[in-house]
Design a protein around this ligand. Structure first.
Ligand code: SIN
Ligand code: FE2
Length: 217
């Protein structure tokens, strides 16, 4: 079910869906640069391979992840943190590809957040059944900068809730090229991804790749 079909007043721009104050879904915003974005994703993965992190509670995450940027988001038995070093290699994370930064900045600006300069980029890889339970992004020091999140490959159901875990989330279908941006009053909105349905995407096969930009320091 796609929640945006049921949200009352139509949006002025049907490609720009209002999720909440400070949160917008830019339909197809990254569609024209999908190939270059995916090439850049492959380059990052070649240097910092995807891995299934373990939560502080000891669960293996169903989404595999890697990072680029000055800081990378990591999770292990000791907790969640941003780390300048990839624990798998002992090296710094790969730099954020220029095409990523440009796309993220343009999307943020389109959503009303000027001069966004991410210093961390998380690449999430979903396979059928992978999910990300409702959470807030709250390990970043910079809470003024928005979060920019790009969807590639198989469609997913995005759960976008309120400021409390108990707020019932709306459901939105995210497809290849869609970009969600949230910040300001929506910066700490709970969000997640429902278990990925199986399917075949012409560029990514049975996978969904999500690339999320933040300013962590
Ligand atoms: C995230 O919350 O880090 C990822 C969301 C998504 O996969 O769209
Ligand atoms: Fe998140």
């Amino acid at each position: 079910m796609t929640g945006d079909l049921f949200e009352g007043l139509p949006d002025l721009n049907p490609r720009q869906i209002h999720l909440a104050d400070g949160a917008v879904l830019l339909r197809g915003f990254a569609g024209e640069v999908d190939r270059v974005l995916l090439c850049a994703v492959e380059e990052v993965i070649a240097q910092a391979p995807l891995r299934h992190l373990v939560t502080p509670g000891g669960y293996r995450m169903s989404v595999s992840m890697t990072c680029c940027g000055r800081l990378g988001w990591v999770s292990d038995r000791s907790g969640y943190r941003y780390d300048p070093i990839d624990p798998a290699s002992g090296q710094a994370w790969p730099a954020i590809p220029a095409v990523f930064t440009e796309m993220a900045r343009n999307a943020a600006s389109q959503a009303g957040f000027e001069s966004f300069t991410p210093d961390t980029c998380l690449i999430n890889c979903y396979e059928p059944g992978s999910r990300l339970s409702l959470h807030q992004d709250r390990h970043e020091r910079d809470v003024v900068a928005p979060i920019v999140s790009v969807s590639l490959g198989l469609p997913a159901v995005f759960l976008f809730g309120g400021m409390h875990r108990s707020d019932r989330p709306q459901h939105y279908r995210l497809t290849h090229g869609d970009v969600a941006v949230w910040g300001g009053p929506a910066r700490f909105a709970f969000h997640g991804i429902a278990p990925l349905a199986d399917g075949h995407h012409p560029m990514l096969g049975r996978r969904r790749i999500n690339v999320t930009f933040r300013k962590a320091s």
